[in-house]
Design a binder for this molecule. Sequence first.
Ligand code: GTP
Ligand code: MG
Length: 196
Amino acid sequence: MKVLSAEFVLSAKEPVHYPPAGLPEIAFAGRSNVGKSSLINTLLKRKGLARTSNTPGRTQEINFFSVNNRMYFIDLPGYGYAKVPEKMRKNWGPMIETYLSQRQTLRLVVLILDVRRDPSEEDRQLIGWLQFYRLPFFIVLTKIDKVSWNQLGLRQRQIGGGLGLSSATPLISFSAKTGEGKDLLWREISKAVAPV
Ligand code: GTP
Ligand code: MG
């Protein structure tokens, strides 16, 4: 997909503050520091659009980006970082679950996992919600520039097998550093936003 325009719209914690639902939405979820914001920037070819950081817990609200005035990209706050204030950690669950369960225009959730780490309890909880609410999703294994080809194959099998996902749930390998996986990801996103 050619990205003609990409803009930050707003940050929100609750549905009353979300932008009006109209455009199809693609949400990006994953633990803190996994590389959600970097992946969004890579897809949109805008380096600083979604704020990235070495400090986990950078993104603390639900961020809406308008892409080509045709869809929204949603940068969800990360989870699983112990140093995030207690209040913020408690809010995370309801904030994300409310968005996932109530947003009628949500078309696809991209769950991002670090290729080097085993999925956490929160990753599994999120997959549980996605299955419960019957939301289409797929998994991206990111930071693949940090592992060898051999390790990548092994990790794909370990992570895919460990989560017990059906073969209908694709596992896409990605690197924000090299751009690998970007085209495949766009293809899946385009399918999800195409009119039915
Ligand atoms: P929170 O907003 O805190 O939840 O983090 P996030 O998931 O948005 O992560 P972010 O994109 O801010 O990236 C965290 C760190 O990982 C940054 O230092 C990025 O440069 C780095 N990073 C992200 N993606 C990749 C990747 O594919 N390869 C490598 N080598 N580093 C990456
Ligand atoms: Mg972020």
